[in-house]
Design a protein around this ligand. Structure first.
Ligand code: ASP
Ligand code: MG
Length: 481
């Protein structure tokens, strides 16, 4: 017998049909005698709608947030109507849903009176998505004679108060999960837990950041000492490239924790970048699988690093980023300019996706998401005001129509010449590289090119990845275990 944690993403719980599949998957799994912890996302689209309701409320658009409330109600009512047959069961779950939806309306009302949706209130508002979905899914499982208990994760995941992107406080979280969840699990009850949500030690709701249910699931997997974490989503697994950029993209049977970390950070949308953090130390294997194609084995993620020749496994691209360059003759040998720049960037609320410095120390550049580029520029210019005045620094330039491309593969560690191959390939195809950075883990190289070159660059590098994977296959080294 094994204990598994499973997480179902927004599309996997996005319709009555999808939830019926989820019920079947959970039922099958329990029949095999495994213990199960289930973590669920909000129904597809609901988190976006809730965020929209927050801004509608803040600007006093009552019609708009009321309409959103209605749409969300209809989505959940449709699930109840389709999957819960007995009238009394139906009435009971409908009452819970409607009660929550009333809470959402009241909160929107309060926000519209205040005229402002603070991060704290926004977290309370978006938490309704998972609170609703977990209840209807638990009800659908119950009517299928599966013993479950709906659980609100804010009772278990204790976080700091960085609203909208909270970090768990590990010790307190672990002891709550061990004390509160393990006993019932041992009795064969499957908890159906809200993803995404936590709470500060004094009980104020927080969220773990967009897409954070993957991270929630990993936290529960680690703290319940699960033997495996399975992330059920709407694609077959982690792919060699974005299939919208290159139709030759294939599912990778195996990637290491480190590789998936780089892939997630650099734009492969399949997992939240923090997902591996809780499971890596306990060496819990992670599998990414497709709810809509459960026969597919998916991608296995684990600690075994690359033993094969595969050097480049996957290529990703991030759009909607801007590159800021700080340059000037007076930077040479002056300590602290980079430090102050990055601090100013952090204070402007932006995280840095990539940093690169030329060895001449005359300039360095870094990348942030587009919407924050202008405010980061202003923050850095005001921080470096004195240096700019003295002409030690020219100015802070922003370049917006660029993309970050990352090639990932643990095999490049210790394999000389990978960067050379990557950049000569780009050179051959006349793709101009604006900046380069190699991750210190040596399992990825990132660089910046013009947005117009994105598809071509990904295509050419992907050919290289497919080629090495094919070599591995021929040499019998591509099998996942
Ligand atoms: N519902 C949240 C979101 O859409 C969390 C998640 O689904 O992972 O961001
Ligand atoms: Mg997701």
């Amino acid at each position: 017998m094994a204990r598994h944690t499973m997480k179902f993403g927004g599309t996997s719980v996005g319709s009555p049909e999808a939830i019926a599949r989820v019920v079947a998957i959970i039922g099958d799994h329990l029949k095999q005698g495994h213990e199960l912890v289930v973590v669920v996302s909000a129904m597809a689209g609901v988190t976006d709608m809730l965020l929209e309701s927050a801004s509608a409320a803040a600007s006093g658009r009552k019609d708009s947030y009321a309409a959103i409330n209605l749409t969300i109600a209809e989505k959940h009512h449709a699930v109840i109507d389709a999957l819960i047959a007995t009238p009394s069961d139906r009435a009971a779950i409908r009452a819970q849903v409607d009660e929550l939806l009333r809470g959402h309306s009241e909160l929107c009302e309060a926000v519209s009176i205040l005229g402002e949706a603070t991060p704290r209130i926004t977290d309370a508002l978006v938490s309704f998505g998972e609170r609703l979905s977990s209840r209807v899914i638990a009800a659908a499982l119950t009517v299928n004679a599966i013993p479950v208990k709906q659980v609100d994760s804010n009772d278990f995941i204790v976080t700091d108060n960085r609203f909208q992107n909270a970090e768990p406080l590990w010790d307190e979280t672990e002891s709550r999960i061990v004390d509160g969840l393990l006993p019932e699990l041992a009795e064969g009850v499957t908890p159906v837990i809200t993803g995404f949500i936590g709470a500060t030690p004094d009980g104020t709701l927080t969220t773990l950041g967009r897409g954070g249910s993957d991270f929630s699931a990993a936290i529960f997997a680690a703290c319940t000492r699960s033997d495996e974490l399975i992330i059920w989503t709407d694609v077959d697994g982690v792919m060699t490239a974005d299939p919208r950029l290159d139709s030759r993209a294939r599912v990778l049977p195996y990637v290491s924790y480190q590789e998936i970390g780089e892939l997630a950070f650099y734009g492969a949308k399949v997992l939240h970048p923090k997902t591996v953090q809780p499971i890596i130390t306990r060496d819990i294997p992670l599998r990414v699988r497709n709810t809509f194609n459960p026969a597919h084995q998916g991608t296995l993620v684990g600690s075994r690093s690359q033993t094969s020749e595969t050097v480049i496994k996957a290529v990703t691209g991030i759009r909607d980023v801007s590159m800021l360059t700080v340059s000037g003759p007076g930077m040479l040998g002056v300590p602290g300019i980079a430090g102050r720049t990055f601090l100013a960037t952090a204070n402007a609320g932006a995280s840095i996706l990539m940093i690169s410095q030329a060895s001449s120390e005359q300039s360095f550049c870094f990348t942030v998401v587009d919407p924050l580029a202008q405010s980061v520029k202003e923050a850095v210019e005001s921080e470096l005001q004195r240096e700019i005045l003295h002409n030690d620094i020219d100015s802070v330039d922003v370049l917006s129509d660029i993309v970050i491309i990352t090639v990932v593969g643990a095999g490049m560690r210790g394999t000389p010449g990978v960067a050379g191959r990557v950049f000569s390939l780009l050179g051959e195809h006349r793709i101009n590289v604006l900046a380069i950075a190699q991750g210190s883990s040596e399992c990825s190289i990132s660089f910046i090119v013009a947005e117009d070159d994105l598809e071509r660059a990904v295509g050419e590098l992907h050919t290289l990845a497919l080629h090495t994977i094919e070599n591995d296959r021929v040499n019998g080294m591509a099998s996942p275990v």
